[in-house]
Design a protein around this ligand. Sequence first.
Ligand code: ATP
Length: 442
Amino acid sequence: MDNLMNKIVSLAKRRGFVFPSSEIYGGFGSCYDFGPLGTEMKNNVKDAWRKEMTRNQESVVPLDSAILMSPKIWQASGHLTAGFADELVECKKCHRRFRKDFLEGDKCPDCGGELTEPRKFNLMMKTFIGPVQEEGSEAYLRAETCQGIYVNFNNILNSMRLKIPFGVAQIGKAFRNEITPGNFIYRTREFEQMEMQWFCRPETADKFFEYWLESRLKWYSSLGIKKENIRTKEVPKDELAHYARRAVDIEYKFPFGWQEIEGVHNRGDWDLSNHAKNSKQDLQYYDEEKKEKYFPHVIETSVGADRSFLAFLIDSYHEVKGGRTKTTESAKEEEVMLKLHKSLAPVKVAVLPLVKNKPELVKKAKEIFQMIKPELSAQYDEIGSIGRRYRRQDEIGTLFAVTVDFDTLENNDVTLRDRDTMSQERVKVADLLSVIKEKLNV
Ligand code: ATP
C-alpha cells in the first residue's frame, strides 16, 4: 500500500477511527469497525449529508427502509439477473480472481498466467429467513438502499401529500459480495450508502440531473475537500449500469488513484415501471392539473458514507515538519494534524488542566469538561506535557483546546486555543460555551 495510505490506516487504528474487524480472531476479510472517534466522525458525515439533502432542499423527505426485503424486489430491479453481475476471470496458474473491467491486459497481473473466459458473478449476498434453510426461505441483504425508496413510492406520496418533483433521502447499510474488496474502507462487502432519489417529470430529468450534480459537488467543497482533488467523469454509454440512462461519477484523488466516491444517475423510469409490472400495482403518478398519468423519472445521487469518510480523512491529513507546537520532542519529528472541517471533526473541544498534580486545577478542569460535554463532543486529557497534549488533539483534528491554569483559579477564565490558527485567547468560563458555539456556528 502507498505510504500515505499506510499512515492513514495506522492513524485510524491508533486513534480509534477504524479498526480491522474481528481482530482478536485474526481479522475477517475486508471488514472494518468504526472506533469511538470514527463513529463520531461518520455520524458527522451522515448528519452533514442529511442536513444538506433534506433540510436545505425544498422537497426532500427521509426514509429508513429495511435491509431485508422481498426477493421479488431484486428480481424486478434486475439485480438477480445478469444486470448486477461483475465479469470475473480466474488465473489458471495462481488461481487469483480479478474483475475483468479492472484488468488492462489479458494475462494475470500477478504471475502473468493465462486467464479463464469471463464468468458472471452475482454480487447479491444471500441469507435465509426463518429456521429452515430451504429454497422458499431465501432472501438477500440489500445491495443498494434505493430499492426501499421505489417500493414505498405510493406510501410516501400519499402519506406526505407530495407533488412531483420531490425527493426521498435514505442512509443505510448495503452489502455486495465484491470480488476484489480493498484499499482499506474504500471497497468493502458491507458499507453504508447515502442515497437520494428525485422523482420528476420525464422532460425535466436532464435539467435536474445538472442541478443535483452541481449541488453534490458544492457539498464536497463546502466541507473542505480541495478543489484539485475532486473531478467528474461522464460514464461512457457502453459502461452504464443496467438501469442508467446517464451517469456521472464524482471522483476523488485517493493515494491509490482517481476513484469514484459518488454517482449521479438518471435512472429514467426503469425502477418504478419494473416494480409496477412485477407487483401489478399502479405506481404511476397522477398530475391533477394536467390530468395526466405517467411514471416519474428518477435522478439519483448515491454516495458511500465510508468512502466519503475516507476521502475527508485523507484530504484533511497534514504533516508539519519540525513541529507546530515546538515541544522538544516535536522539533525532530513531523507533527500530524487533521484539518477536518468543523462540522466533521469528531472532537470539538479538549479540556486540559495545565498540570495534573494540582487538585484544584484538575477539579476546575473537570467541572468545565462536564459543562461542555452535554453540548459538544469533548475530551478531557491530563496526561503528559501540555505541548504533547496539543499534538495529540491536533492529530485527531480537535478544533479547540481549553487550558485551565493557575490564573483560572483567580480570574475564572481559560485559554482557548484554535487548531488552525494556533491563536490563544483568554475567555471567561461563563462565556466559554457560547464563544465556542459561535465559532462553530451551531
Ligand atoms: P464501483 O464501480 O466502485 O464498484 P459502483 O459504480 O458499483 O461502484 P454504485 O452502485 O453507483 O457504485 O454505488 C454508489 C456509491 O456507493 C459508490 O459511489 C460508493 O461510494 C458506494 N459503494 C459502492 N460499492 C461500495 C463498496 N463495495 N464499498 C464501499 N462503498 C461502496
